[in-house]
Design a protein around this ligand. Structure first.
Ligand SMILES: Nc1nc2c(c(=O)[nH]1)N[C@H]1C(S)=C(S)[C@@H](COP(=O)(O)O)O[C@H]1N2
Ligand SMILES: [Mo]
Length: 525
């Protein structure tokens, strides 16, 4: 065999062949990056499923992007925001990997250096996470080493091919390149599949959740009054099925918690610290209540709101057991993944049903909604109250500590704003004549007393208000209006139990919730 240097670079010189070498280089870059990512994810899955470098980078991105961008992403992608982020990350990595392949072919080892940089970014991301441990360094380092070595090896073979002195040599070397690139791609696929399987932690916790037997509530929820759920097609159901419940959190991969390992600690300005296991919590007298949970990022008319039946222990009983010291005015709740919320103490000690919840609609909490235990506080937006995967309640003072979103410019107090939404009619044109308008209105912990609908510049008309479950839940309304053929603007406004009317002034979701009236344009034919 002649030496690799013999023909010199570009010996095969024809533009067609050079172009095909470039494509091989792109493929080499992609395969190298894929193998690196697969190796890192596989190792992470084996070491600890919560240490995936991809998730760590994603979480850093989530924490780093400015609030308004995050809000825009939520508005644009809704609950698919995380899939969108992962797809975006995949595209960035693929583009960089393709470029790295080309670079490595022309100017080694600059392409390998690009992949090394990506590994370093993964390492930095892992190091910045809360759950940092020495072991967590391994996956990103392994990913970088694998990617760099594979790229160097593949690029060397492509250069070999480019330098083939004869067509015969070229044919042999092309087969070598094809076999290594193809083989690498196959191994990457298998590795990714194995990582998915090893991530079976998720499967495992799902099984543990399936084994949980929730106790019957000592204090069941008051029965839903007859007629509270109106039979109108397209109207949000009175009780939101868990599968349709909006999901908002900063956790790229759902924290996987074995209920047997779960502990809640009550700490801070207390007379005695209290610790509670899941079994102990289930043995407490639990109560059930319907609470409508809303996100502060919900735009007027938006769907980041849902109503569920929650089973849990009133937080005030737990706090009473710990004994609150004078001067405290806030409880900082922290989740397993390091997220936090600052809740006004009085919302957790007054007579409202603030719950340390284990159940949602009669089932253990879904993994995405906080399994095994979360907080639910009527009347407050989720960001200041609804900590999922909660592990600590620290009694403290607003003056001393801040929480995840309040650190990022959101209001310190987050009472839910009185609001209402039109669900029906939807976007499709309606037949002119009598048209049903229906939707929901909410003023958690205060209650709704009236809902009114306006057609174009007409007067406000009282809608039929369905009976409510409690002041903590939304209420459905319905009204028949007469629409002449043509376009019409429909608006809705609610009045709360104190007679306060929903604010018409348009305000954005930042810093403490949107205001304004939900208005829709309908075409009648
Ligand atoms: N651990 C954790 N809990 C969290 C969050 C989070 O990012 N992490 N987001 C909060 C926000 S902003 C909202 S609106 C509610 C949403 O709860 P859901 O996803 O069950 O609807 O969870 C709250 N609890
Ligand atoms: Mo939220």
């Amino acid at each position: 065999m002649s030496g690799p240097g013999q023909g010199g670079r570009g010996a095969g010189g024809g533009t067609g062949r050079t172009r095909s070498h470039r494509w091989w280089a792109v493929a080499a870059g992609l395969v190298a990056a894929a193998l690196g990512v697969a190796a890192g994810e596989l190792l992470a899955a084996i070491v600890s499923p919560s240490l995936s470098p991809v998730s760590a980078v994603g979480s850093v991105v989530i924490d780093a992007v400015p609030g308004p961008v995050k809000d825009a992403a939520i508005a644009l992608f809704g609950t698919a925001d995380k899939t969108a982020l992962l797809v975006g990350m995949g595209l960035v990595i693929a583009l960089a990997a393709a470029a790295a392949g080309r670079l490595e072919l022309r100017r080694p080892p600059s392409g390998a250096a690009v992949l090394g940089l990506f590994g370093a970014a993964g390492l930095a991301a892992v190091l910045s996470r809360q759950q940092f441990s020495l072991l967590s360094i391994l996956p990103p380092v392994a990913a970088a080493v694998v990617a760099v070595l594979v790229l160097r090896a593949l690029a060397a073979r492509i250069r070999d091919l480019a330098a083939a002195p004869t067509e015969n040599d070229a044919a042999v070397r092309r087969r070598t390149v094809l076999a290594s690139v193809g083989g690498g791609a196959a191994v990457a696929l298998i590795g990714a599949a194995l990582a998915g399987i090893a991530r079976g932690g998720q499967v495992g916790v799902t099984a543990l959740r399936g084994a949980v037997r929730l106790p019957a509530p000592s204090r069941p929820a008051a029965p839903v009054p007859a007629g509270a759920g109106l039979a109108v097609d397209g109207l949000a159901p009175l009780v939101t099925p868990a599968a349709d419940f909006y999901r908002i959190d900063t956790a790229l991969s759902v924290p996987l918690i074995d209920p047997a390992d779960w502990r809640l600690r009550v700490t801070g300005m207390v007379d005695r610290e209290v610790e509670l296991s899941y079994a102990e919590l289930l043995a407490e007298p639990l109560q059930e209540s319907y609470v409508t949970l809303a996100c502060v990022s919900n735009e007027v008319g938006g769907d980041l709101i849902g109503n569920a039946r929650w089973l849990g222990l009133p937080v005030r009983e737990l706090l009473a057991r710990a004994g609150i010291r004078p001067g405290a005015d806030m409880v900082l709740s922290t989740s397993r993944d390091g997220w936090s919320a600052s809740t006004p103490l009085e919302a957790l000690t007054d007579d409202r049903d603030a719950l340390l919840a284990v159940g949602m609609n009669g089932e253990p909490l879904p993994l995405e909604h906080g399994f095994p235990v979360r907080l639910v506080v009527p009347g407050l937006y989720g960001y200041v109250s609804a900590t999922k995967w909660v592990t600590e309640l620290r009694v403290t003072r607003f003056a001393d500590e801040t929480a995840y979103w309040t650190d990022r410019g959101w209001g310190e107090r987050g009472p839910v704003k009185l609001s209402s939404r039109i669900d029906v009619p939807g976007r499709a044109p309606v037949s002119a004549g009598v048209v049903t308008v229906a939707g929901v209105a909410w003023a958690q912990h205060t209650g709704i007393s009236a809902v009114q609908v306006r057609v174009d510049d007409g007067g406000w008309q009282d809608a039929e208000l369905a009976p409510g479950i409690s002041a903590d839940t939304w209420r459905q309304y319905r009204i028949s209006v007469d629409l002449a053929p043509g376009g019409h603007d429909l608006a809705v406004r609610a009045v709360d139990a104190n007679g306060v009317r929903q604010a018409e002034e348009k305000r954005p979701v930042l810093p403490d919730g949107a205001t304004g009236l939900h208005t829709i344009r309908v075409t009648a034919r």
